[in-house]
Write a protein that binds this ligand. Structure first.
Ligand code: NI
Length: 135
């Protein structure tokens, strides 16, 4: 029997939305107050969905194993980080859309279960998703 497992993680990170490809005026017009030179922070919530056949123990995968993987690949990398300083955002603006893509890429190599989707909550109003959207 196949089942889906959702697990929630939290991390805090700062960013400034600014593209070197645009003038300061264009950046302000595009990103508004998110272009403020001092940056700003978010308390992100990340929901990871994996699927798999249930083991003889009745589980999709070992939760501890999933936690260790997500913590080492994502939480420890991004928690209390200035996203603008990370290599994955050297070219790409660290919008939460681009952060969502980067996180999805980092989690795809989890082998005990299949990564189905991630959902990244930036604020109570904004969430971003990557993966199998028919879920
Ligand atoms: Ni922001």
């Amino acid at each position: 029997m196949k089942a889906y497992l959702n697990r929630r993680y939290r991390f805090s990170a700062s960013h400034r939305l600014h593209s070197e490809q645009m003038s300061d005026a264009e950046n302000r017009a595009t990103y508004g107050k998110c272009n403020n030179p001092h940056g700003h922070g978010h308390n992100y919530a990340l929901e990871v969905t994996v699927s798999g056949q249930l083991s003889v123990h009745g589980m999709v995968c070992d939760l501890g194993e999933l936690d260790r993987f997500v913590n080492s690949e994502v939480v420890s990398r991004y928690d209390h980080a200035n996203l603008n300083t990370l290599p994955e955002f050297a070219e790409d603006v660290p919008t939460s859309e681009n952060l969502c893509i980067a996180i999805y890429g980092r989690l795809q190599s989890f082998t005990p279960a299949k990564l189905e989707k991630i959902r990244l909550e930036e604020t109570r109003k904004n969430t971003f998703e990557m993966g199998n959207m028919s879920l």
